[in-house]
Write a protein that binds this ligand. Structure first.
Ligand SMILES: *Cc1c(COP(=O)(O)O)cnc(C)c1O
Length: 358
């Protein structure tokens, strides 16, 4: 029998397509190579003849796609001699920064919005030894402060304004193309700072321009209704949504994302918190895939656009699921709490609970 070569992460796998040298010390945790799962039950439940795949980015080492960018950003920061990194974060960037800094043996500083971060993410940042600075403000204010403080202190910014982040994240598009043998017709993705939609388009375009594939997807960026600057067409100051990972009013990749929309002939749209949570539950219940609320925005987006005929039947659709459901146990339990029954600890009661639910 032949054994598979050990998978050591996306920088090793896509070395020729990333800005690294032969002797670059790679700071990696085996990120990337996430499953592309075909939905077996949801299309039928919607009564639609479509192929929907979810790219389950929650299976990266720290549980979100941020690891793709962070392995690159921290590898380059270390190569350039940095002793510390800093980011503003709605949670997942701080978890990834903390883990990769730990791996590299450098210090991470993370600015998070006071009280608006999912528990799993906070636990990660703290366990990996980051210095967590909670600010009495939202992500956008944290981002502004990070940019200012990096001018005055020897810390490298690892938010997605760091160009190496997008380089790492573009590899998700490579993986999708390699698995499907072509690009999908539509790629649906949650949008916060819009770094990820930009990075995916870079990846698809790289393969397209080099003739590796002859199509590129229409890029569809979805936001939460209460945090939807791309739909309103202007930045907003008080974003609010249950999907805390995309609770952003001043996207950092604003111009880049508008260009993606134009070049791919795509669109932006928003979904209500209720639609987002319904899609999250549907994925968990009907497909066995557990993602965090923000991630389900991509599927919530696709569902309504399919129902309205904006995405035609017969299409191949990929929805990015940006982060793992375990990141935000509070929301998950809140929305499923009513499904729990408490009975006496005797055979009769347990048996009754089973039989009445069969
Ligand atoms: C960061 C993040 C997003 C948004 O990605 P952007 O690149 O900021 O648009 C969406 N979902 C999750 C779970 C995230 O962590």
């Amino acid at each position: 029998m032949t054994f598979r070569t050990r998978y050591t992460g996306l920088i090793d796998r896509y070395r020729d397509r990333l800005p690294v040298h032969d002797d670059t010390r790679i700071i990696g945790l085996g990120e990337g190579n996430t499953p592309l799962i075909r939905l077996n039950n949801i299309p039928g439940a919607l009564g639609k003849d479509v192929d929907i795949y979810v790219k389950y980015e929650g299976l990266n080492p720290t549980g979100s796609f941020k690891d793709r960018g962070m392995t690159m950003a921290v590898t380059k920061a270390v190569e350039e001699g940095a002793k510390a990194i800093i980011c503003a974060s709605t949670g997942n960037t701080s978890a990834a920064a903390a883990a990769y800094a730990a791996r590299a043996g450098i210090q991470a500083f993370v600015l998070i919005p006071d009280g608006k971060i999912a528990m799993g993410k906070l636990a990660q940042a703290m366990m990996h030894g980051a210095i967590v600075i909670q600010i009495k403000g939202n992500f956008d204010e944290g981002m502004r402060l990070v940019k200012e403080v990096a001018e005055e202190a020897p810390v490298t910014i690892v938010n997605s304004i760091n160009p190496y982040r997008l380089q790492g994240q573009k590899t998700a598009a490579f993986e999708i193309v390699e698995e499907l043998g072509r690009a999908p017709d539509y790629h649906c993705i949650p949008v916060g700072n819009a770094g990820n939609i930009t990075a995916h388009w870079m990846g698809y375009s790289e393969y397209f321009e080099q003739g590796i594939v002859n199509n590129r997807p229409v890029m569809l960026g979805y936001q939460a209704e209460g945090a939807s600057p791309f739909i309103k067409g202007e930045m907003e100051d008080n974003p609010e949504t249950v999907a805390t990972a995309i609770r952003i009013g001043h996207p950092q990749s604003w111009d880049k994302a508008w260009k993606v929309r134009e070049e791919s002939k795509g669109w932006f749209d928003s979904r209500s918190d209720e639609q987002i949570l319904r899609a999250q539950k549907m994925l968990a219940e009907k497909e066995g895939v557990f993602c965090e609320p923000a991630s389900a925005t991509s599927l919530a987006g696709a569902i309504q656009d399919l129902e309205e005929g904006k995405i035609p039947e017969g299409s191949t659709i990929v929805c990015t699921l940006t982060g793992h459901g375990l990141k935000d146990p509070d929301i998950a339990i809140q929305q499923s709490g009513s499904d729990m029954v408490t009975v006496d600890a005797d055979l009769g009661s347990v048996k009754e609970a089973i039989l009445k639910n069969l």
